[in-house]
Design a binder for this molecule. Structure first.
Ligand code: MN
Ligand code: MN
Length: 389
C-alpha cells in the first residue's frame, strides 16, 4: 500500500519522488492518524467528491434514565438521501416507548438482548426476544416498542428507509396521552377521567421500567382472543440467508427473498479477514448506506467526471455510496473487518468489475486497459465478492 509515498523524518511526504506534501502546522493529530488516506491521499485520488463518511462519535447523544440514542441522517451526512441510522442502547428494563413512524425500520442487534412488541396490520400481536446478530423490520405505521432484557439490556442499530428521517419525528404513546383532552382519552379507554390523572404531561421517548417478565406470558396476554400474528417481524440471519463465502471472508445477503417482511431494505452482512478485500463493484438499484461494526478499512469511491476519493473507516462509522458508483472495501487492520451494506430496495443487487471484464470481448478490454492476453486471462471469470489476501 502506498509505496509511492515516502515519508521523511520531518513528517513531510514525497510523492512519486518529485513533489512533497508538508504537514499542516495546526492539525488534529489523532484524527489525522485515524484517517491516513486523507492525510496522505493515494496518487489515484482526484477532484473533490462530497464527504461520504460520518462517525457516530460526532453524533449528538440523547441521554435518558434507561438508555441513550444518537442518529446519523442527511443532516449529518449530506449525501445520505435514501437511508438514515440510529444507534440506541437500552439498559435492562429500559424502554424505547410504544411508537410508530412514517419510515420503515430495519434493525440489527449489536449486543445483549431486547424484547420487541408490535401489532400487525390486522391488529394481531407480535412479541419476541432478540439477541446479538438478530434483525427486525417494522413497516411504515406499524406500532412497536423495544425493551432491554436482563442481565445488561441491549444495543442495536436502527436504519430507516428515508435519509430525512429523524428519531425526533415519531408518534409516541406518551405524546398522544398528554395532548388528547383528558375526557376524550377517558371516554376512548372506557374509564372515568379521574383514573387517568397521573398520565405524564410530556413525552417519554426512553424511560426506565422494571425488566419484563417471562416471554411466553407476555405473548399469551398480548395475543388475547385474536391469537398471535403470523407475520415474522424478526429474523435470525444464520438460519436462511444467501452466503457467498471465500477464503477472504463472506457476504451474507438478507433481503425480501428470505426475510419476507423487509420489502424496502436489503442488506449484506460482510466479513473480510485480515488482508482481504470486498472486491471492486457497484450496485445498479440503490445507494449504499454502510455501518462498520469491527476492524479497520479503506474505501475508494470513483465518481463521474474524473473524481475519486479514498477514506478510512472503523467501528461506529457510517459510509455512503451513491447508486452505481464503483467502490471496494479493503481490510487495512489486523483483525476481521465486519460491516453492513444496506439498500433502500427489496433486493440486493451488485455487479463486479471482474465479471464485467471477463464477460466482455477480450480484445475490447485489452485495448482499454493496455494489457496483454496473458494478463486478461488472469481476471477472475466470476464474482468472488470477497477476495483473499
Ligand atoms: Mn421505531
Ligand atoms: Mn457495495
Amino acid at each position: 500500500m502506498k509505496q509511492e509515498h515516502e515519508i521523511s523524518g520531518d513528517g513531510s511526504v514525497k510523492i512519486g519522488g518529485t513533489d512533497t506534501i508538508t504537514t499542516p502546522r495546526l492539525t488534529n493529530a489523532a484524527l489525522d492518524d485515524a484517517n491516513p488516506d486523507s492525510k496522505v491521499p493515494p496518487l489515484s485520488d482526484v477532484g473533490s467528491l462530497p464527504v461520504f463518511k460520518y462517525p457516530f462519535s460526532f453524533a449528538n447523544k440523547r441521554v435518558y434514565a434507561g438508555g441513550w440514542s444518537r442518529e446519523v441522517t442527511i443532516r449529518e451526512l449530506q449525501i445520505a438521501k435514501e437511508l438514515a441510522g440510529v444507534n440506541m442502547r437500552l439498559e435492562a428494563g429500559g424502554i424505547r416507548e410504544l411508537h410508530w413512524h412514517k419510515a420503515a425500520e430495519w434493525s440489527i442487534m449489536l449486543y445483549g438482548g431486547v424484547r420487541l412488541t408490535a401489532i400487525d396490520a390486522e391488529g394481531r400481536s407480535f412479541v419476541r426476544d432478540v439477541f446479538e446478530g438478530d434483525l427486525w423490520y417494522f413497516p411504515t405505521g406499524i406500532p412497536h416498542s423495544i425493551q432491554g432484557l436482563e442481565p445488561d439490556g441491549g444495543e442495536f442499530l436502527l436504519v430507516f428507509d428515508d435519509g430525512h428521517f429523524s428519531e425526533h419525528e415519531t408518534v409516541l404513546l406518551s405524546d398522544i396521552a398528554a395532548h388528547i383532552p383528558r375526557e376524550v382519552m377517558a371516554r376512548n379507554c372506557g374509564v372515568e377521567p379521574k383514573v387517568l390523572r397521573k398520565i405524564f404531561g410530556q413525552e417519554l421517548f426512553i424511560f426506565q421500567a422494571p425488566v419484563p417478565g417471562p416471554l411466553a406470558e407476555d405473548q399469551k396476554k398480548a395475543a388475547g382472543t385474536f391469537g398471535p400474528s403470523p407475520c415474522e417481524f424478526s429474523f435470525r440471519p444464520g438460519e436462511k440467508s444467501i452466503v457467498k463465502k471465500t477464503k477472504g471472508g463472506e457476504a451474507r445477503v438478507v433481503d425480501s427473498s428470505t426475510f419476507k417482511v423487509s420489502t424496502t431494505v436489503a442488506a449484506a452482512i460482510v466479513t473480510v479477514h485480515p488482508g482481504g478485500m470486498r472486491e471492486l463493484h457497484w450496485h445498479q438499484n440503490a445507494d449504499e448506506w454502510q455501518y462498520y461494526m469491527n476492524g479497520k478499512a479503506r474505501m475508494t469511491v470513483v465518481g463521474t467526471g474524473e473524481r475519486a476519493r479514498t477514506m478510512d473507516f472503523e467501528a461506529g462509522d457510517v459510509g455512503y455510496i451513491e447508486k452505481t458508483l464503483p467502490h471496494y472495501i479493503e481490510n487495512t487492520g489486523d483483525e476481521d473487518l465486519r460491516f453492513l451494506e444496506l439498500f433502500r430496495s427489496s433486493r440486493f443487487e451488485d455487479l463486479s468489475l471482474s465479471e464485467w471484464l471477463s464477460h466482455t470481448p477480450r480484445e475490447l478490454v485489452m485495448a482499454h486497459l493496455n494489457i496483454d492476453k496473458a494478463t486478461y486471462d488472469r481476471i477472475p471469470r466470476e464474482k468472488l465478492v470477497v477476495l483473499p489476501r
